[in-house]
Each structure stands twice: as structure tokens, then as C-alpha cells.
Design a binder for this molecule. Structure first.
Ligand code: ADP
Ligand code: MG
Length: 771
């Protein structure tokens, strides 16, 4: 029971005009029509313009209804519901203030209680007076206050027996309904939304709604009809009602998404690719490369390597996601696939999330290939190819050269950022696209790249973020998944410790530890969350052309509400000055790396750090993803509580990459039992990415793992939570497969087809908005 239902003030419902009713589907009808323009205007500001918008604006939660309190037990300040009989009700104009007041007395036969209502105009109060007739019984809900020694309820909500409810039992039942609490604004409080929803629901008929869920699925899964579900989610009689309504809507979301993915997978099956089987004529660059590999491939690398090699040998395009923890050796897996394609006369493109990473890949792949990468050059091997780096910020002349190498086919391997997606990049014969370290590479980006080949190139997406199965099913539902298990042998472990930031002795020790590593010929990273002292933006855009990859920690981003605003965070530029002046670092060469440097500067810094010219690198999270400097053995993360688990895991993955044991020091203020401390403790206790992902998910209770990931699907998935709803997603997947197998064109399921298209359109729209 709320104010909304019972105070009639300002209720301006426009008479429903029939002109719209026949032509426009109910869900598309404008709220201005249904509610009146004055009521609809503030809703429009919240993005609610149609009946569908409003009905899909689900309550965030439901407040507990009150239980009955005897009048003798009323306590000041308590929120109570009482049953009582009305003794009197009088409207009075107030002398002291402008406006009017209604005072009513109610009783349970023993005690008396006052109810008061104030209003500017007495008209509103007359409406109350009409209902609060002496002798009637009502249920009254409000907060008990004390006015001049007398307890009272000011502006209570109420239900009158015989008016709002047939009898007392019905009134009690009505009062015990869960109260929907909507996402609201100051201009539109939740009770007002509740009332608008009631008006719209009152005009809705079962035949007004087209259900995207096939009746067979609804029956098999015991799901509410759309009509019942809207009623139950907005006007539940009890908790069971809204639970089942939510379940229905969640199922619908899962079903629509899965249907879209299943259909897409079907479409992909029809695409044609050039088969690029492994070359066995003894002159293969792949075989030559494998011979000179300085290490044995791990079992995991061999196994996923076989899966990929088999896919690439097919005449329809590979669509594969390769998951492997930080440091598991994904690059060499990808390189083998690329060389298989080069052997077959095709080209491979490797797409990295940042320019730093693209440049590093180019360097290390050239390094691994040696003279096999000198194709067409003096000293190149017979079967050599060429590795070409192409990034957005390259000088024009170099870019032209790179573009030419790609277009002519001289470059067997082209490495770049998403600049490779732009129209002016042409390939002679693109056979394989590898996307590195990017779980947010959406369907549309895949399409853009696919459009570059005459046929569809094979696609390999690699990620270090452990993606739970149901997330993979939702985000990458049209891809096959390979999991690269285990790390290369001989990896020395990384020790992780938490350092209390305010403990000067510990901090001294921390810097000394970095110095010790450097003195042994190794290198150290120091990571800060800020570039400049007065900068509150962090370095979330690692490069100037970061584009889709702006938020590099999509799946497991920093939880909200962790900030303590007051604290000064350590910045790269500040710390650069401070450490340079510290005796412990005398004679050490210190460098900086952050997103505000030009890409030439960044590349230079990385190269110098790799070569040892720079021994201590102070950096932002630019280095988070994929940077590979095997001699780096120490990492000190400042304000470590500011980072999410996955981000810290990624950062830490930058050390312990060779045979050198690593040390990672997490510097943070230690507040007992904060989530941050739990996160850091988890980090210190394991280096297993899957285990950390589980901890992360536990910590973010209702957390939306998808975040705003995947081209804005966060906004589409209103109720679905990929972790919590794992079973439901799996069910929806199998239902979707069955429906689409029976009716691939969805001829019998027009509403579903339209809903899928709307869902995909929304994605496309987001994609277009960004590019
Ligand atoms: P990630 O999976 O995080 O991208 P990388 O591909 O960068 O990992 O590999 C991490 C390091 O491990 C690199 O220095 C690489 O040369 C090395 N490496 C890869 N595979 C093996 C292996 N089988 N044995 C030893 N070292 C390996
Ligand atoms: Mg990598």
C-alpha cells in the first residue's frame, strides 16, 4: 500500500483516445497518450516514452509490507500499519500558514490516534475527507510522530474497507502486497512510477501483447504469459508473483540472446573460407620455425594447436576463442597458426589492443622467426616471409610502405591495432585474423575484418581472462572455445605480498627490494593508477587509437563504491621525480610509460626497458595486457586497492615470465575487512586466474559480469546475470537450438524474429555510434 494508490492529487489521466489504439501496437503507444502529456514529460526525461518502455522499467526491488501494530504499542519514529475505525475528519484552514489541514481521529476502541494531512489547496483534502468517513474502518500506514505530546501519523497511506477493499481481510491482504521500488529520480519518485504503471496496465489486454517466447517453450519451462508477467512484476500479490515474473523475463532475455547467437552460428556455417592445410612438402616455414624454437611446446599448446590447425584446414571459416591464463604461451600458438596460413600462400593479421602491444608482438615475432622474417631481403631464408607493423600513429611514409606490403601480399604477417580495421587497409589474400587479449572484440568488429577477405578469413580470438562457460556462451556464443591449460615448465613462481602504505619501514624495504633485483641484472616495474598528481582520470585509454578497447578490464572491472575520494593517489610523474631523488636508486636508470606519451615515446620506453637501458619503469596500466619482458622480475603496484582482481592479475602476469622468480608488492592502505583487502589477500594467495575469477565473482554479489561489455549489451540484459543464471542460460540455449533447428527462418515465430532483429540492431547501433 502506498501513497501512490490512495492520494488522488494530481492524477491527470488523459482519456484514452481510440485513434491510436487500432494502428499502433500497445507496447509502442506513447505515454503522452496513455498518461497525459504533463505526467509523461518527466518520464520521457528518464527515457521512458512508450508503454513498452514503462512496462520494461522493472522495479529494482520490493519493500516489505508492514505488519499490523496495535495502537497501544505505537512508538515514535516507527513505520507502522494499523487497523482502526475513523471517528472524525475535519478540514481546517490554517491561520499561521497558508494552506489547509485535514485532521482525522481513528480508534481501535481503546486508544485514539491522529492522522494529519496538509495541502496548499483544500480540494485535495476534500478527497481525503470523502473517504475518511466516520464509522468506516481502514488500514493506515505511516511513520509515528509526536506533536505536542500527542502521537500521530502525518500523511499516512491508507486503504478504506468498503471503498478500496471489500472487507477487512481484503484490506489486510492488499496491505501485505510487496511494494515495488522503481529506479526513480527526484522529479519522478517511485510511487509516481507505480501509479503510471497501474494506469498503463489498466488499459492493457492480453491480446495486446506478442510474446517472443514460443508457447511450447513457455509451457515446457512453466513460464508466465507476457501479460501475467507484466502484472506480476509490477503489481505482485506476494513475493512468489514477482519471483516468477522475473524468472520469465530473465528466461526471455536469455532465449532471445541465445536465439540470435544460434542463428548467427548457422549463418556462419554457410560462409566459405579457403582451406589452408598444413604444408608437408619439406619447404614449410612452419616446420622451419618449429625446428628453431628454443623450447618444447607444452601439452596444452600442442593440443589447442591441433584444434586450430584442423579448423584452418576446413573450407569454412574457423571461429575460435582461445582462453589461456596469463603467461600460458598463447602467442606461439597463434604464430604457428599464422605460419600455417603463410605456408598455404595466405596472409595473417594480428590485432592487438594497444600500439605498445602491437609493436612488442612485431618485435618478438620477428625475433622468434629470425631470418624466416626476412622475406624478399638479403639474408632471408628461401621460405621466408615478412612481418609488417601497421598502426594508426605511424609516420605517413612508413604507413604507406606498410599498407603496400599488406596489399601486395609481401607481408605474410601484418600486426597492428584496430587501425587494421579501417577501409584503406587492403590485403592481397587475408587467410587468418588473430585477435589478441581482447574479450571485447564484438560481432561487428569480426564482421568488419571478415569483409577484408575475398572469402571469409579464419578467426582466432585470444583472451587471458578466464571466462565462465555461460559468459562465453552469451558473449561469444557463436565461437568454439579452446582452453589452453597449464604454464610452460620451468616458470619460477611469483611471490606476492601486501605492503601497508603508511608504514615507512615497509616502504623503505619495498624500494630496497626493487634495487636488489636490479642489482642482479633484472628489471622492475612500478605501477601507478594516475599519470599526473592532479589527474583523476587514470590511464584508461592506453593509446590514442584505443577505440573499442578503451576499457581494458571489461569483464572484471573495478567494483564501484570503493573510492575514498580524499586520498592522494600516487602518480607516475610525481613518483618519477621522487624515486629519482632517492639514494636507494642512485645510479639506476628510471623511465616512464603512460598513455599521454606519444606512441614513438612509448615504443622507445618499452624497447629500452626490454633491452635493459631502462632498469626501473614507472608506468600506468598501459603495461597491463600482454607486455613481455622476461627479465622483469619485480613489480610494485601503488594504491593497489584501486585496481580490480583481474587487472592486478594481468599486471602481475608481466613478471615471472622467464625462469626468474618474481616478486610482486601490493602497496595499499590496509583497512581491516574491506573488500579491497579481501581482493589483495586473494591475489597474494594464488596466481591461478580461474581461482581469482571465482573470488572476484563472489565479491561482486549481484555483480553484472558483463558490465557494459560487448557493445553495450549491458543495457539489453536487464535482469539476466550470466553467473547466477547459468542454468537458465544453458536451458535457453538448448531451447533456442531446438526451435531454430525446426524452423530456421523462424517463419512460425515472427515475434521472436522481430525481437532478435531489434536486439541485433541495438548492438549495431552502438557499434556505429562508436566508430
Ligand atoms: P600469454 O599467453 O600471456 O600471451 P606469451 O605468449 O606472451 O603468454 O608467453 C609468455 C612467455 O612464455 C614468452 O616469453 C614465451 O616466449 C614463453 N613461452 C611460450 N611457450 C613456452 C614454452 N612451451 N616453454 C617455455 N617458454 C614458453
Ligand atoms: Mg599475450
Amino acid at each position: 500500500m502506498t501513497e501512490a494508490k490512495h492520494i488522488a492529487e494530481e492524477q491527470r489521466v488523459a482519456p484514452w483516445t481510440d485513434s491510436e489504439s487500432e494502428s499502433v501496437p500497445f507496447m509502442h503507444r506513447s505515454l503522452a497518450r496513455l498518461l497525459g502529456t504533463r505526467t509523461a514529460a518527466p518520464l520521457a526525461k528518464m527515457g521512458l516514452e512508450t508503454a513498452g518502455d514503462l512496462l520494461r522499467h522493472y522495479p529494482r526491488r520490493y519493500a516489505e509490507p508492514g505488519t499490523l501494530t496495535p495502537l497501544s504499542q505505537l512508538q515514535e519514529g516507527e513505520h507502522v500499519t494499523v487497523v482502526a475505525e475513523i471517528v472524525s475528519a475535519t478540514v481546517r484552514h490554517m491561520r499561521s500558514r497558508s494552506g489547509a489541514m485535514l485532521q482525522a481521529k481513528v480508534t481501535d476502541g481503546q486508544q485514539m490516534l491522529s492522522l494529519t494531512f496538509f495541502a496548499k489547496r483544500s480540494g485535495v483534502l476534500r478527497m481525503h475527507e470523502d473517504k475518511l468517513k466516520p464509522g468506516r474502518t481502514g488500514l493506515f500506514t505511516g511513520t509515528v510522530s509526536n506533536y505536542r505530546g500527542e502521537i500521530q501519523l502525518a500523511h499516512p497511506d491508507y486503504l478504506i474497507v468498503g471503498v478500496d477493499a471489500g472487507d477487512e481481510d481484503e484490506a489486510v491482504a492488499a496491505a501485505s502486497r510487496p511494494i515495488p521500488m522503481y529506479p526513480a529520480t527526484a522529479a519522478v519518485p517511485t510511487w509516481r512510477i507505480e501509479r503510471c504503471v497501474a494506469t498503463v496496465l489498466g488499459q492493457m489486454r492480453p491480446t495486446d501483447l506478442d510474446d517472443p517466447l514460443p508457447a511450447s517453450v513457455r509451457a515446457a519451462r512453466r513460464l508466465d504469459t507476457l501479460f501475467d508477467a507484466y502484472k506480476r512484476i509490477h503489481q505482485p500479490e506476494n513475493d512468489t508473483d514477482w519471483h516468477r515474473a522475473r524468472r520469465r523475463f530473465r528466461y526471455e532475455e536469455a532465449f532471445v540472446v541465445q536465439s540470435a547467437l544460434v542463428r548467427r552460428k548457422q549463418e556462419l556455417k554457410d560462409l566459405v573460407a579457403v582451406a589452408r592445410p598444413v604444408r608437408t612438402d619439406g619447404n614449410s616455414i612452419l616446420a622451419a620455425f618449429e625446428q628453431r624454437l628454443p623450447f618444447e611446446l607444452t601439452q596444452g599448446q600442442l593440443q589447442v594447436g591441433e584444434e586450430i590447425a584442423a579448423d584452418i584446414s576446413e573450407t569454412h571459416p574457423m571461429q575460435r576463442l582461445l582462453q589461456g591464463d596469463v603467461g600460458s604461451g598463447k602467442t606461439v600458438v597463434a604464430l604457428r597458426a599464422m605460419l600455417q596460413v603463410v605456408d598455404a600462400g595466405g596472409q595473417a593479421a594480428l590485432l592487438a589492443p594497444t600500439e605498445v602491444l602491437a609493436a612488442q608482438h612485431a618485435r618478438s615475432i620477428e625475433g622468434m622467426l629470425g631470418d624466416l622474417a626476412f622475406g624478399g631481403m638479403l639474408g632471408g631464408a628461401d621460405n621466408a616471409t615478412r612481418v609488417t607493423l601497421l598502426t594508426g600513429s605511424m609516420p605517413t611514409a612508413e604507413k604507406k610502405k606498410a599498407l603496400l606490403e599488406a596489399a601486395s601480399g609481401q607481408a605474410g604477417i601484418v600486426i597492428g591495432t584496430h587501425a587494421l580495421l579501417s577501409d584503406n587497409v587492403q590485403f592481397a589474400d587475408l587467410g587468418l585474423v588473430v585477435v589478441d587479449e581482447q574479450h571485447r572484440f564484438g560481432v561487428e568488429q569480426r564482421d568488419a575484418l571478415r569483409a577484408k577477405g575475398n572469402n571469409s578469413p579464419h578467426l582466432l580470438v585470444m583472451t587471458a581472462t578466464p571466462i565462465p562457460r555461460t559468459v562465453a556462451m552469451t558473449v561469444f556464443g557463436d565461437l568454439e572455445v579452446s582452453v589452453l591449460k597449464g604454464l610452460p615448465a620451468g616458470r619460477a613462481p611469483v611471490q606476492t605480498h601486501i605492503v601497508p602504505a603508511d608504514n615507512a619501514a615497509w616502504m623503505q624495504r619495498t624500494w630496497a627490494r626493487a634495487r636488489e633485483e636490479i642489482d642482479q641484472g633484472r628489471r622492475a616495474y612500478v605501477v601507478c593508477s594516475r599519470i599526473f598528481a592532479d589527474d583523476d582520470s587514470g590511464d584508461s585509454e592506453p593509446t590514442t587509437d584505443s577505440g573499442f578497447f578503451a576499457d581494458s578490464d571489461g569483464l572484471f572491472a573495478m567494483p564501484e563504491g570503493q573510492s575514498d575520494g580524499e586520498r592522494d593517489l600516487v602518480s607516475v610523474t610525481e613518483l618519477y621525480g621522487q624515486l629519482g631523488a632517492m639514494p636507494v636508486f642512485s645510479g639506476i636508470s628510471i623511465g616512464m610509460l603512460h598513455g599521454k606519451m606519444s606512441s614513438v615515446e612509448k615504443e622507445a620506453a618499452m624497447a629500452q626497458f626490454a633491452s635493459g637501458e631502462i632498469q626501473l619503469l614507472i608506468s600506468t596500466t598501459v603495461i597491463e595486457v600482454g607486455v613481455d619482458v622476461p627479465q622483469a622480475s619485480a613489480m610494485i603496484i601503488m594504491d593497489a586497492d584501486r585496481f580490480g582482481i583481474s587487472q592486478l592479475h594481468q599486471l602481475r602476469g608481466r613478471i615471472g615470465r622467464g625462469s626468474l622468480p618474481g616478486v610482486c608488492l601490493l602497496v595499499a592502505p590496509i583497512k581491516e575487512e574491506s573488500d579491497a583487502v579481501v581482493r589483495l589477500t586473494a591475489l597474494a594467495s594464488t596466481t591461478d586466474g580461474f581461482e581469482l575469477a571465482a573470488t572476484d565473482l563472489e565479491l561482486r554479489h549481484e555483480g553484472d559480469v558483463l558490465g557494459a561489455a560487448q557493445s553495450g549489451r549491458g543495457s539489453t540484459l536487464r535482469l539476466l546475470r550470466v553467473m547466477r543464471d547459468a542454468d537458465l542460460i544453458a536451458m535457453a540455449r538448448s531451447d533456442a537450438e531446438q526451435i531454430i533447428a525446426e524452423d530456421p527462418e523462424l517463419r512460425e515465430h515472427a515475434t521472436l524474429r522481430v525481437t532478435i532483429d531489434e536486439y541485433l540492431d541495438q548492438d549495431t547501433q552502438k557499434f556505429l555510434d562508436r566508430s
